[in-house]
Write a protein that binds this ligand. Structure first.
Ligand SMILES: [Fe+2]
Length: 355
């Protein structure tokens, strides 16, 4: 169902105010071939209404001939900024970049963030942006859970379906995604609402069972049967099951890159306004599936790169997989119990001797 320009402008203003946009600052709206016209028009109005100097930078798409779908997260690698110093200079000279194109993680993006420019990605359809517009409370909750991850040495994930995965932690930073950018050099994604980190290199071992009803992205499908991943020293060494496992194996094989099988980010969803069931209501090309990534209590893990957190793995293949009904433990303390987020007051004090 559509939303009005008034609603979307109001949502943009909320996000820009939470991002501490100040009168006289420079906002550059980054657009591409798939940018939603209403999202763009409302972003331009909201930023101008708050007194910003507003630019638009439109860049042509890349990688379309290599990607296997039109999903903007389906193929990583080079971006329209690769070898484009003029565009990089414009973004570095901006206080805030509203990325309506999907820049993705790249050396160029790190370079721009390093200059102090903030970048906010927003590519979901307008009604999803309005429904999941972030709040200060989202930030407080996500950062509180992120702090628990940052203090832990091990994440242990189990489920009745058969998941039993242990990940050593500490090598990589913890990332809070809460939907706005309130510090210089910060990147975030509206909508979101989750805390994540990456296992130490080679530090993930065990079994992951993708159960019936769990979601595969960018496939944007609910698994119709179990897929069993054997995880050894940081890599999925076997992906077994029925037709869904065959589809996943075939998709990943096309990248011809063993690094695609590395365990990438791990964490859990904390956004109560996001729903597991929403994905089933949308055409696959209408969404990138942020409801699926952020819904409260999912254990979100991924396969692929770790350069987002400063690691060296840059494979172009990236699969996000939110699992339901998992129990996630940090150093033996339950943080999510059978798919339900435990409020931090309900969890035990930090203990590091329960491994
Ligand atoms: Fe991901």
């Amino acid at each position: 169902m559509p939303v009005s320009d008034f609603q979307l402008i109001s949502a943009w203003k909320q996000v820009l105010n939470l991002s501490q946009l100040e009168r006289g600052q420079t906002v550059t709206v980054l657009t591409g071939a798939a940018t939603h016209p209403q999202t763009l028009a409302c972003a331009l109005i909201a930023a101008q209404d708050l007194g910003a100097i507003v630019n638009r930078l439109d860049l042509p798409p890349v990688n379309g001939e290599k990607a296997h779908s039109r999903d903007s997260l389906a193929y990583l690698g080079t971006t329209p900024l690769t070898g484009n110093p003029a565009a990089i200079a414009m973004l570095k000279a901006s206080d805030l970049v509203l990325d309506l194109m999907t820049l993705l993680f790249s050396p160029e993006q790190h370079d721009i963030l390093g200059s102090g420019t903030k970048i906010l990605l927003a590519v979901e359809p307008p009604e999803v942006l309005v429904r999941l517009v972030p709040t200060a409370a989202d930030r407080a909750r996500v950062t509180a859970h992120a702090a628990k991850i940052a203090a832990a040495k091990e994440m242990h994930v189990v489920s009745a379906a058969g998941t039993d995965l242990r990940c050593r932690l500490g090598e990589f930073p913890v990332i809070s995604e809460y939907g706005f950018v309130d510090a210089p050099g910060r990147w975030d994604h509206w909508p979101s609402g989750f805390a994540l980190t990456f296992p130490d290199e080679g530090g993930a071992n065990g079994t992951i069972v993708i159960d019936k009803g769990d979601i595969l992205l960018p496939q944007k499908m609910y698994a119709s049967d179990r897929i069993v991943l054997t995880v050894e020293n940081g890599y999925a060494t076997k992906i077994e099951g029925g037709i869904d496992a065959e589809l996943l194996n075939d998709y990943m094989a096309a990248f011809e890159d063993p690094e695609a099988l590395a365990i990438s980010h791990i964490g859990w969803g904390l956004q109560p306004r996001a729903r597991w069931s929403t994905l089933g209501l949308y055409d696959r090309e209408a969404t990138i599936g942020m409801d699926a990534r952020a819904f409260e209590g999912n254990f979100l893990f991924s396969l692929g790169p770790n350069n987002e957190a400063g690691g060296s793995r840059t494979t172009t293949c990236h699969i996000d997989i939110p699992l339901r009904k998992c129990t996630v433990r940090l150093d033996g303390v339950d943080m999510v119990k059978e798919g339900k987020v435990l409020e931090l007051t309900d969890t035990q004090p930090d203990t590091h001797d329960a491994r």
